[in-house]
Write a protein that binds this ligand. Structure first.
Ligand SMILES: Nc1ncnc2c1ncn2[C@@H]1O[C@H](COP(=O)(O)OP(=O)(O)OP(=O)(O)O)[C@@H](O)[C@H]1O
Length: 308
């Protein structure tokens, strides 16, 4: 659905995007992760037909962003990292303005706006002035705006940036809903674990180059060579460690308090097999999960933060 081929964008001598080859399948939710200045916004602006690449090509739904920009614009909903909202409008008026711009038939507009406000949890704020909305609400209104023409593809540049934890969770829930509706989503962030929760594929960009791309359950293994699982047991730790170490996907299993820290190189399906083996052998497993900090570490390992 989205493809870039050798995409390059230079500012003077500086290569903001450097020979980038992306391939994002229809219906996929692709997390585009990179430190500040890595080239995420530049790539997204090119895909949104707002910026001309220096060389290479970019396609959305088979349309070349340079040759057929109006076809691309019909297909995409783009949410930039910074966007203005018109303060002297209510939430409904704001969306009506964009519905008009996208030529949504007048008779359908109010029903559509009602549905969109519901989707982004802003029904209660329909008549509130935009400048009275919190940052999280403004971001959600911005998301509703880019859905006004029911685009197949969403290009969302750090939609959760600057939001507090509760607002981030709300935004994440809405994005999951959009993903379940079958939209193809390209979403950027510099927080890898956050994207890992809702994306199926992760691409890590640094200094304009894609340095890793993999299904979300394999990115840690691909980048760091392993993942870390924390398995808590009531007792029989030694026995569990020995059992796990029989798997060729387990490099080691170390006892730490009442948990085992398992260095693991497989995918999610392999984890199911490990857990089943523990249960089958009657070992008293309390919890079995990937270390939360692990993805953050992976990201720090792979990106040197040179661009920030
Ligand atoms: N108009 C411009 N003129 C000159 N340099 C630019 C311009 N726009 C972006 N850059 C540079 O290109 C590089 C990539 O910027 P970009 O905004 O694409 O990164 P990003 O990954 O989106 O970063 P962030 O997470 O901070 O938004 C940066 O070094 C930036 O300073």
């Amino acid at each position: 659905m989205i493809r870039t081929v050798g995409l390059t964008k230079t500012y003077g001598k500086y290569k903001a995007v450097d020979d980038l080859n992306l391939h994002i399948a229809k219906g996929s939710c692709f997390g585009f992760v990179g430190p500040n200045g890595a080239g995420k916004s530049t790539t997204m602006s090119v895909l949104a037909t707002l910026l001309e690449p220096t060389s290479g090509h970019a396609y959305v739904g088979g349309f070349d962003v340079m040759e057929e920009p109006s076809n691309v614009r019909q297909l995409i909903g783009y949410m930039p990292d910074f966007f203005g909202v018109y303060d002297n409008l209510t939430a409904v008026e704001y969306l009506e303005f964009y519905a008009g711009a996208y030529k949504v038939p007048k008779e359908n507009r109010m029903a559509l706006i009602k549905d969109l406000l519901e989707l982004v949890n802003l029904s209660g704020k329909a008549d509130a002035y935009v400048d009275t909305l919190s940052r999280g609400m403004k971001q959600r209104l911005g998301l509703a705006r880019c859905l006004i023409h029911d685009p197949e593809v969403l290009i969302l540049d750090e939609p959760a940036s600057g939001l507090d934890p509760r607002a981030r969770i709300e935004m994440k829930e809405i994005l999951k809903e959009l993903r379940d509706m079958g939209k193809t989503i390209l979403i950027s962030s510099h927080i890898l674990p956050e994207l890992a929760e809702m994306c199926d594929t992760i691409g890590i960009i640094e200094q304009g180059k894609l340095i890793a791309q993999a299904p979300v359950d394999q990115i840690a293994a691909q980048v760091a060579g392993h993942r870390v699982l924390r398995v808590r047991l009531l007792d029989r730790m030694e026995e569990a460690a020995q059992l796990l170490e029989q798997s060729e996907l387990v490099t080691r299993a170390d006892i730490e308090g009442n948990a085992l820290l398992v260095t693991y190189t497989g995918d999610d399906a392999g984890q199911v097999i490990l857990l089943s083996a523990l249960i089958k052998n009657g070992l008293p497993v309390l919890s079995f999960a990937e270390e939360a900090g692990n993805l953050e570490e992976v990201f720090l390992t792979v990106t040197k933060g040179v661009g920030s």
